[in-house]
Design a protein around this ligand. Structure first.
Ligand SMILES: Cc1ncc(C[n+]2csc(CCOP(=O)(O)OP(=O)(O)O)c2C)c(N)n1
Ligand SMILES: [Mg+2]
Length: 580
């Protein structure tokens, strides 16, 4: 929904402002941006932001600031904003933009550009930013004309928040920022900093065809991806699930898009499908499916376990905002549109069908799913309840499960942290959020994701689960957490190794390289040195009470848990080891 402010106010405000930087700030306010991740640069812009009351959350390194902006966007429904210096600082924004690009998360970066008269003279820290950002953004422009400030801010934000969302960059030459703004030739009053910006549904006739096919199918299933969360479509998906009695599975990014304790919920499907996984127990339901409704998913390698878990002979229906994702691998009835809007249309169309086949099928589906969850609980019971030392990560997940509330946000780094969270926690309401860097699965995103999440949801409990390898990318941001007093509870799984790396090399080559074992690190001491309450935990009995106290403190808190280096998540790659 767009929120217009009275034109006269905007015009008056614009007239009374003098510099380009100040006029950019007025635009940011119009777009509802009240905070950003930065490190003072571009100085003129950041000074103007702070003067206007837009809060700067200061990062220690640009990689991390970009990841914070990403998680902020995923959880707030608003665009994430990050700012940086030209040259080396700009290069460090590339990794978080790459993740946001692949995961379809809207981000706007304001990057300083060298002074206009020095362009193409090898100015200090001059770099071809257009070329730099080309592969990781939807939009890169330089603002040169002091009369076109609003045009370019609005274009960049529109690019980020519309269609398939993603990062946009506005390059701001330092001299232009300091210079006087000129009157804007056209009025702009809309607020565009929320997403999805436009909510177009798929065409009615195609929706009707999809509804007819679902009503007539013998064994339809739903695969829900991250697009369901992006579109705030959890309730809409739940209505479709209920109306047509459809079993719903999710990808890692779609985790929580339906209540995972609902009798029609099948939990996460994908590559975590070996021993001690729910996916292993529900796989037969996918194999038996004669119709697959895909919602907001890229049908990527991980989500489909190498494109093996879906029956290729099934009829596919695909709802996606991005027309290129529809039919990428599985040719499908094309429902191109916003997930929430299209699911609502599908729901209405389903109610016009004879749903007798679906109604009759429900009891059997629920029985199969209940049996699957029960078999999963039995199979994982040994590790989930294990009081052993070093501690089993599954036991930590059991304590985390006890602590989950409808408001809790769980964030994880790539590698095993993501897999323990995706594979063992059970979201207990539609739209429960688990923020995982599955765009590219880069190491080091977990901790800054947690910080961005804590900014986006100030009242909510936020817990980040990270590995010792990935966390080392982000140590410096402990000071960020302390300085801004962000109530993030971090659980570090210290197994002393690059766990996935070591185990994957073992499976593939029967050997591992010298890089995978770390020297011992006292992470709790590092956190303490940065001013954060911390504890190293070696006794499993401490986990529950420590977690409870950390959450109750509403302060940044760091729990380093010494975990079993031989604990492996149920990744299909490890199927043979785990079954041995
Ligand atoms: C930026 C980046 N570098 C390298 C990798 C490759 N990689 C994937 S998992 C992994 C090991 C992670 O170790 P740690 O963070 O300690 O987690 P663990 O698996 O031990 O729980 C590595 C090196 C990656 N995914 N991203
Ligand atoms: Mg590790």
């Amino acid at each position: 929904m767009s929120h217009a402010i009275p034109l006269s106010d905007a015009e008056n405000a614009a007239k009374s402002l003098s510099t380009v930087a100040e006029r950019i700030v007025a635009s940011l306010q119009r777009h509802g941006i009240d905070c950003f991740f930065g490190q003072s640069l571009p100085s003129k812009l950041v000074l103007a932001c702070e003067e206007a009351g837009i809060r700067q959350i200061s990062y220690r390194q640009e990689n991390m600031g970009g990841a914070m902006a990403d998680a902020f966007a995923r959880l707030s429904g608003r665009i994430g904003m990050v700012v940086a210096q030209n040259g080396p600082a700009a290069t460090l924004l590339v990794p978080p933009m790459a993740e946001a690009m692949k995961a379809a998360v809207p981000m706007i970066a304001f990057v300083q550009e060298v002074e206009t008269p020095t362009v193409d003279r090898n100015a200090f820290q001059e770099l071809d930013h257009h070329a730099l950002f080309h592969g990781v953004t939807k939009f890169v422009r330089r603002l040169d004309d002091p009369a076109r400030i609003e045009d370019y801010v609005d274009m960049a934000i529109t690019a980020a928040t519309s269609g398939r969302p993603g990062p946009a960059v506005l390059l701001l030459p330092a001299d232009v920022l300091r210079g006087r703004a000129a009157p804007a030739p056209f009025h702009r009053s809309l607020s565009l900093g929320h997403w999805p910006l436009d909510r177009a549904g798929a065409a009615r006739e195609t929706v009707m065809e999809a509804a007819r096919l679902i009503a007539g199918a013998k064994a339809p299933v739903v695969i829900a991806g991250g697009g369901v969360h992006a579109s705030d479509a959890a309730e809409a998906l739940t209505r479709v699930m209920e109306a047509a009695h459809l079993p719903v599975f999710t990808t890692n990014m779609g985790k929580g898009s339906v209540d995972e304790t609902h009798p029609l919920a099948g939990g996460v499907q994908g590559a975590i499908n070996a021993r001690r996984s729910i996916a292993r127990q529900t796989r037969a339901l996918l194999k038996d499916a004669d119709l697959v409704l895909l919602v907001g998913t890229r049908t990527n390698q991980n989500g489909t376990d190498n494109w093996k878990i879906l029956n290729p002979d099934a009829c596919f229906i695909h709802i996606d905002i991005d027309p290129m994702e529809i039919g990428r691998t599985y040719e499908a009835i094309r429902l191109q549109g916003d997930a929430r809007e299209t699911l609502d249309l599908l729901h209405q169309a389903l109610l016009e069908q004879d749903l007798t086949t679906r109604t009759t099928a429900r009891a059997d589906i629920e029985a199969r799913l209940a049996a699957a969850w029960q078999a999963f609980e039995q199979e994982r019971a040994d590790t989930y309840a294990a009081q052993s030392t070093p501690i089993r990560p599954e036991f930590i997940m059991a304590r985390l499960q006890d602590a989950l509330t409808p408001e809790t946000v769980v964030v994880a780094d790539a590698s095993y942290s993501s897999m323990w969270v995706a594979g063992h926690l059970r979201g207990c309401h539609p739209g429960a959020r688990f923020i995982l860097p599955r765009g590219l699965a880069g190491l080091g995103w977990g901790f800054p994701f947690g910080l961005g999440a804590a900014v986006a949801r100030p009242g909510a409990p936020v817990i980040a689960v990270v590995g010792d390898g990935g966390f080392a990318h982000s140590w410096a941001e402990l000071e960020t957490a302390a300085r801004h007093d962000l109530p993030l509870v971090t659980i570090l799984l210290n197994n002393g190794i690059l766990g996935f790396q070591k185990d994957a090399e073992t499976v593939k080559f029967g050997a591992w390289t010298t890089a995978v074992h770390f020297a011992p690190v006292d992470h709790a001491a590092i956190a303490r040195a940065a001013g954060i309450a911390s504890e190293r935990i070696e006794d499993p009995a401490r986990i529950g009470p420590a977690l409870e106290a950390a959450l109750a403190s509403r302060k940044p808190h760091f729990l380093e848990v010494m975990v079993d280096p031989d604990a492996r998540p149920a990744l299909s790659l490890f199927a043979e080891i785990l079954d041995a």
